[in-house]
Every structure is written in structure tokens, then in C-alpha cells.
Design a protein around this ligand. Structure first.
Ligand SMILES: Nc1ncnc2c1ncn2[C@@H]1O[C@H](COP(=O)(O)OP(=O)(O)OP(=O)(O)O)[C@@H](O)[C@H]1O
Length: 614
């Protein structure tokens, strides 16, 4: 009681001030307080230096990727974030490897793309347009351009602003136009850049042919007149087959990070050349020096070279002329080719082709923050062609999570991986309603040393598994990958029966007999034993990042993330090997006690909602 009376007499130190309900200070009064005084720096949340307000960096809304240099959006990129754009995913935000793209911008681009419904709407040369149906997408019905193609083809074909650019005599500024095509995995980016590049080459060829004919007609006329004047003069002997002017001097170069991708994209380039006549050659480390020389120095000339930055730069060291005529430079998988390891070589090539270059085209399935800031610095005016679904994983891909800590795995990741593979493999073979071919699965590990270990373990469990890492020879890599990229091996659509459905519950279905599980658990590091059972018609490729970028794994319907990927970029690329061009796919991620389950849950949630990862 005495205490209460004391409290009534003496107001508590925690009591509210009397003017607590007062309206916020007027700006006048605020400025008054901000006047320089010995106490002016106290109780301030913003540094007011030199009369300017320094806003904390995190208060500035980050401009969305499509906004800078992209007339697709007319919005102010530095505007405040709306409710729609608030990051929903906290764990992913902590990782924050990808550049955000505003929802409103995605919608604006989507509306624009809806107006394009066929390849005929592009201003492509008739030959180029026909090649889409007869070769590039041969055998497909109802062929329509993908969002990446709808966005990129008209932009790359447009000659708008070219004249002004050429007139600029500013020594520092590049005279070529720059584009970034950024679109989700498996969205047809190759054709999105290739069709306009081929179109430009053919148009240039027509112009050069007309000029050449005019020049030749002039020369013939002069020669005839000279002959009339002096019938006894001797002409120098003519070379029977002079080398073509484009010998070892291509008009376009497409750069890719690996030999497999060179082979893959080189194949598409070659396919188109059957109807549109031009000369192309893929060259990479899988080819012998002789083969490379023969392809490059073909006397009939070369129009398009598909290669890796390191090979091109080493050839250019010996023969700088190889880069002297390049009008179109494509940097595919730009998120890799402009990262820290590749950037010096790639940038040097850009500098060397700059004098003749008309278009620089960067192409990527992700825009990591590092690429974003690189572009801001190096190519501030680059036109960003960003599709509405960038950084999202197809909704036709489902993500399942297997907790390896639970029974019967008890922390044995290898066992969980083998079990998942058996489960998927068995489910297919029990399904008698569909005619399946071989089932192809990809297993992604974070460290390359792990790839070999996991492969050996899977083999010991009767699974047909191969490893693909940087230690695999280039030749072998190409062989191994071909089994996973051929469209003819696409599996049939699964029609699950009631019994199958229960078997697909991964926690309930263990294909190994209990004895083998107990042996594995008691001696997890024991040498792999010879398999007693073999999983038929299933092929598994265990790989690192190497197999995740750009490889068109049409035959793959299942991806197992053995390790939780380090970044959302890896999630996008690895899960992007499935669900390509509207196909179905299923991803399984194995999680243990040290894994970021919150990140996995948010990725799963984003995939379910069809939202972009951040
Ligand atoms: N308009 C189209 N309609 C149907 N299929 C298409 C179309 N355009 C391309 N494709 C096919 O889609 C597949 C994926 O194309 P592509 O490899 O170019 O994708 P990508 O966007 O480069 O993928 P990634 O980001 O993984 O490198 C290819 O098999 C290609 O033939």
C-alpha cells in the first residue's frame, strides 16, 4: 500500500509525455531542430551532412532489372515499392543473389507479348522464317514463339537508333547496340538470338553481293575497254579458286562456357543452315587442332563460329584477323561468362571486336546481382529484354522434400538418394499403361569430389549411374550428356494407378531389403558392395554446376538435389533442367539437419505459387 501511495505521488520514469498525442512536427519545426548545434547529431536516424540528407542505402528501393535502359517500362525505376512487390520470402531474401524485377513491370511486358502470336509477325527474311518450321522446330505442331522470342526477335531486328549511334563520334562510347535477353530456363533463348543474327547476316550478304556485282561489272567494263585500246597487253594470271573473303573472318561469334554447349548450340546453328545458306562451325576443346584449323580456314569462308571465350582468345592471339569482321557477338550464359572467372577473357574479346561490331547480345537465364552491377558499370545503356517469368521455375515442376534424418535413412544421404531413384524408377516400370523408354535422372551435388563418391554408391545399389565433373574428359562429357539431351528419349506421360500413388510417397517406399539398409547404416563408409538387384531402364547422371547451365536436357523428367544448393541461382539452373517448354518434371531435394530447410520451403512455396525466386 505504501508503495502504491509513493507511486501516486511520484510519476513513474516510464510514463508517457503529455504531448504524446501531438501531431508530427511541422517541417518548419523539424528544420529548426536540425540547425547546427553541439547536440544536432543526437537522436537522428539520418545523417545530414553538408545540408544534404543522406538516406540509408537500405531505404532506397532497388531499381528493378527491366527498368534501366529498357523502354519496355515507362515507370520511374526509383519509385517506392508497392504492396505487390514486398518480398514474401525472408530466408531467400537473406541469400539475395538474384536481382529483383517488379511485378508491375512483369505485367506490362506480359500484355505487350500477348499481341504477338506467330513467327510471321516478325520482319524476318522468308528463308529464315521458313527454317523455323522446316528445321529448327521440325515436326512440332502449332508452333508459336515463346515469350523470350516475342520479346527479343523484334528488338534485335529493329534498326531504330542505329543511324544516330553510327553518327556519334564520341571516342569512349561504344558504337554498337547492346542487348540483354533474360528469360527463364528452357524458354527458347537460342532461337531468340539466332534468328535475328542469321537474318542480319543474310541481309548484309545481299548488300555485299550487290556491291560486289557492281564492282565486278565496273572492272569487266574497264578491262574490255583496256583490251580494245591495247590488244597485245597481258593480264596477270587469275587464281582458279581465290579464298573467300570471309575465310577465318566470321561475321558472327557465339560464345558459350563449355564444349557441350558449343556442340548443342552449334547443332542448332547448323540445322538452320540447311535452308538458309550460310557457313557455320562449332569449335571447342573436343576438336583436334587440325579440325579446328580446317573449319576456321575453310577456303569457302565462314559466317558463324560457335566457341568458348578461351579458345577464341587463344586463336586471336595468333591471328587477330579472326575478330576483324565480327558484326554480331553473342555471349550466351552471360551470368557465367561475365562472372569473375570468365569476365576478363570475355571482356577482352568484346573490346577487340568493338571496331566492327554492330550488336552485342548477352543472353542469360538469371540476372545475379553481380551481373547487374557489372552491366550498370560497363554497359549502362544496355537494353534489357526481360520476360515476365524470369527467375521463376515452371509450375509444371513439382518439388518434393525428403528428410534424410528420418527413418530409415538416419542421416545417410547416399541411402536416401538411392532410395528416391529406386522409387521413381520402380514407379515407372510398374506403370503398364504407358510405353516408357529409358528414364533419365539428374543428381546435383555441390562439390565435384562428391559426384564420384555418390556415383560409386549408386552403382553399388544397382543403379546405372555416371559422374560428370570438370575431371571428366571433354570427349567423355559429350558422350555422357548425349544420353540426357536427345528428345527422342523423352519419357511418356505417367498415368499413376492407385497403387503407384502410394508407392510415390517416398517415406513409405523402401526398395532395398531391410538387411541391406541395416548393413549400410552400420558401416556407411564401407567399400560399395556388388549389387544384388539392378534397377532396369533408368540412367542417372551425377553432376555439379557443369551439367546445370544451358544443357537442353529434354529427356530429363526428374532432378534430385542431393545437396541443398548454395544459392537461388543454382536452384533456378538445376531445377530448370526439367519443365522445359511446358513439359512436366519432378524435383526431389534431400535435406539434413545442417541444411537450410527454411530456404527449401520458400523455394517450394514460390514454385507452387509460380512466383520468382529472389
Ligand atoms: N517456339 C518454340 N516452340 C516450341 N519449342 C521450342 C520453341 N523454341 C525453342 N524450342 C525448343 O525448346 C528447347 C529449349 O530451348 P533452348 O535450349 O534455346 O532454351 P534456353 O532458354 O536457352 O534454356 P537454358 O536457359 O536452359 O539455356 C529446345 O529443345 C528448342 O528446340
Amino acid at each position: 500500500m505504501a508503495t502504491m501511495q509513493r507511486e501516486r505521488r511520484k510519476p513513474s520514469r516510464m510514463s508517457l509525455s503529455r504531448d504524446v498525442a501531438r501531431l508530427p512536427r511541422s517541417s518548419e519545426a523539424f528544420r529548426e531542430r536540425a540547425r547546427p548545434s553541439p547536440f544536432a547529431g543526437m537522436n537522428q536516424t539520418e545523417a545530414r551532412l553538408g545540408g544534404r540528407v543522406m538516406v540509408k542505402p537500405r531505404d532506397v528501393p532497388r531499381p528493378a532489372v527491366g527498368a534501366r535502359g529498357a523502354p519496355e517500362s515507362t515507370e520511374n525505376p526509383r519509385r517506392a515499392k508497392t504492396k505487390d512487390e514486398k518480398p514474401l520470402f525472408h530466408a531467400l531474401k537473406m541469400q539475395a543473389t538474384l536481382t529483383p524485377l517488379a511485378y508491375s513491370q512483369r505485367m506490362a511486358v506480359k500484355e505487350k507479348l500477348a499481341l504477338i502470336t506467330s513467327f510471321e509477325q516478325f520482319n524476318l527474311l522468308p528463308d529464315v522464317q521458313n527454317a523455323v518450321y522446316t528445321h529448327a522446330l521440325e515436326g512440332m505442331t502449332d508452333v508459336v514463339p515463346t515469350p523470350a522470342q516475342k520479346l527479343a526477335i523484334p528488338a534485335l531486328l529493329s534498326r531504330k537508333g542505329e543511324h544516330e549511334r553510327r553518327k556519334t563520334k564520341d571516342g569512349d562510347r561504344p558504337q554498337y547496340s547492346q542487348f540483354l535477353i533474360a528469360a527463364e530456363t528452357g524458354s527458347g533463348k537460342t532461337l531468340a538470338y539466332l534468328l535475328p543474327v542469321v537474318d542480319a547476316i543474310k541481309r548484309q550478304e545481299i548488300i555485299e553481293k550487290a556491291e560486289e556485282e557492281a564492282r565486278k561489272a565496273g572492272e569487266d567494263k574497264e578491262k574490255a575497254e583496256n583490251q580494245k585500246k591495247n590488244i597485245f597487253a597481258l593480264d596477270p594470271p587469275e587464281l582458279s579458286n581465290p579464298p573467300h573473303s570471309t575465310m577465318a573472318r566470321p561475321r558472327a561469334i557465339i560464345l558459350l562456357p563449355s564444349s557441350e554447349l558449343v556442340t548443342q548450340v552449334g547443332g542448332v546453328v547448323k540445322l538452320l543452315s540447311h535452308t538458309i545458306k550460310y557457313r557455320s562451325a562449332p569449335i571447342s576443346a573436343i576438336h583436334t587442332p587440325n579440325r579446328i584449323r580446317n573449319r576456321l580456314y575453310d577456303p569457302k569462308g565462314i559466317d558463324i563460329i560457335v566457341s568458348t571465350p578461351h579458345l577464341i582468345s587463344s586463336i586471336a592471339e595468333k591471328d587477330p584477323n579472326i575478330l576483324s569482321r565480327v558484326t554480331h557477338l553473342v555471349i550466351d550464359e552471360a551470368d557465367s561468362l561475365l562472372d569473375r572467372s570468365f569476365a576478363p577473357t570475355t571482356s577482352a574479346i568484346i573490346d577487340r571486336v568493338a571496331p566492327s561490331l554492330k550488336q552485342l547480345i548477352l543472353c542469360s537465364a538469371t540476372i545475379p546481382r553481380s551481373l547487374d552491377s557489372f552491366l550498370d558499370k560497363r554497359f549502362p545503356t544496355i537494353k534489357r529484354l526481360v520476360t515476365p517469368k524470369l527467375h521463376s521455375i515452371s509450375r509444371r515442376v513439382q518439388l518434393g522434400v525428403v528428410d534424410i534424418e528420418k527413418d530409415p535413412y538416419r542421416g545417410n544421404r547416399n541411402l536416401a538418394c538411392a532410395d528416391v531413384i529406386w522409387t521413381i524408377g520402380k514407379a515407372v516400370h510398374d506403370d503398364t499403361e504407358s510405353t516408357h523408354t529409358v528414364k533419365s535422372m539428374l543428381v546435383f551435388v555441390n562439390e565435384r569430389e562428391k559426384a564420384v563418391e555418390v556415383t560409386q554408391y549408386l552403382a553399388s545399389k544397382g543403379i546405372d549411374a555416371v559422374a560428370l565433373t570438370r575431371d571428366t574428359t571433354e570427349q567423355r562429357q559429350a558422350e555422357v550428356l548425349s544420353a540426357f539431351t536427345s528428345a527422342s528419349r523423352i519419357e511418356g506421360e505417367e498415368k499413376p494407378s492407385a497403387t503407384d500413388r502410394s508407392k510415390r510417397n517416398f517415406r513409405d517406399f523402401i526398395p532395398f531389403d531391410q538387411n541391406s539398409i541395416i548393413t549400410t547404416l552400420s558401416s556407411p563408409n564401407a567399400a560399395p558392395s556388388r549389387p544384388t538387384r539392378h534397377l532396369p531402364n533408368t540412367k542417372v547422371l551425377v553432376t555439379t554446376d557443369l551439367g546445370s547451365r544451358g544443357i537442353d536436357t529434354l529427356a530429363v523428367r526428374h532432378v534430385i538435389l542431393y545437396d541443398v544448393p548454395h544459392t537461388t541461382i543454382d536452384f533456378v539452373h538445376r531445377l530448370g533442367r526439367m519443365g522445359r517448354m511446358g513439359r512436366r518434371g519432378r524435383g526431389i531435394v534431400l535435406t539434413g539437419k545442417h541444411d537450410r530447410k527454411d530456404v527449401v520451403a520458400e523455394v517450394k512455396n514460390a514454385m507452387f505459387k509460380g512466383q520468382a525466386l529472389i
